[in-house]
Design a protein around this ligand. Sequence first.
Ligand SMILES: Cc1cc2nc3c(=O)[nH]c(=O)nc-3n(C[C@H](O)[C@H](O)[C@H](O)COP(=O)(O)OP(=O)(O)OC[C@H]3O[C@@H](n4cnc5c(N)ncnc54)[C@H](O)[C@@H]3O)c2cc1C
Length: 314
Amino acid sequence: MSAGRILSASGYQVTVFDKGFRCGGRYATRRIDGFSFDHGTPYFKPSQIPEDLKDILEKPYLRSWPYDLSEKGEDALVSMPAMRSFPEELGRGLDVRQGVEIEKLSFSDDVFIAETADTSSGPYDAVLLTAPGPQTADLIEGLLPLGEDLLQAARKVTYAPQFSVLIGYDFLRDAPAIIHNPTPKIAKIVNQAKKPDRPIKSAFVVFCAPEWSFENLDRPKDEVAQIILKDLQNILFEHSVAGDGLDNPVYLAVHSWRYCRIETSAGLTPEAQIDTRSALAVAGDWIMLPDTHGALSSGINAARQIEIKLSNRS
Ligand SMILES: Cc1cc2nc3c(=O)[nH]c(=O)nc-3n(C[C@H](O)[C@H](O)[C@H](O)COP(=O)(O)OP(=O)(O)OC[C@H]3O[C@@H](n4cnc5c(N)ncnc54)[C@H](O)[C@@H]3O)c2cc1C
């Protein structure tokens, strides 16, 4: 979306394909049974917004959330009314097509064609791939020898998986907004009801520790849910939250993130984000910096590289 904004502002016609039915990728929100669970990125920081996008800090869909954070003493930033609203708003005005998985790319006469299972679209002068590294690599493979260096870089990338456990109650009970590292199993508990503009019902997203998630990847999700629910009850009890009813949530689900946080990034400089022979480029948090800042800034860098390549052509 950050790349799309830059290219669109420069006058290019941009089409975004996303295989997800809802916009957002790992900026994910599940709205169900009157709950709103941000089970991907729970919040981010103002310093993670690159200079070229700083104007969005003034937008009403972003709100400072005075909890946590960091040595820098920054408040968290959350988007309204859900975390996925942030990428949705970034993409406003672009031609964004949800629920469309690109399965294959082809290239001839300096233009690309994108194919899904049942249709093709294009021609496109440039293509920017922002799927996770392994999925991007699969798409580049079909274009070889184009994008050989990009393929090698994308194949290098590794991710740590992680469970998010979503727990909702039909009552509201006061509890801390964020609890960090309460047990070796749990990296963070985020109280959804304390976030601005969220439903006023007790709802928690428990972010499991990456090591524990990895060790338990093959465990049935029901078992993971029950283990984490028990831990949540104990932790809330330690934080003086009344315990009755906490064993009986009305919503309990596990989301398993196969590609959660980057372990090994591709380490690509902005100039190396584009193919030497064509306007095929890559972006995402796997390029250099493994977080929101990395995703946004790599998109901006890729857009600049595409602009240079296309202007050299004309
Ligand atoms: C549980 C969790 C907690 C996190 N916490 C934080 C945090 O506190 N702070 C922080 O900064 N970051 C955090 N992150 C990381 C942050 O979410 C990512 O760095 C960021 O969202 C990456 O954005 P991206 O656009 O690179 O990738 P993604 O958000 O993964 O987007 C990739 C997109 O590609 C689409 N796609 C894939 N293949 C295809 C295809 N073939 N055709 C069409 N579309 C395709 C997917 O549908 C998806 O929308 C967290 C992530 C998770 C999962």
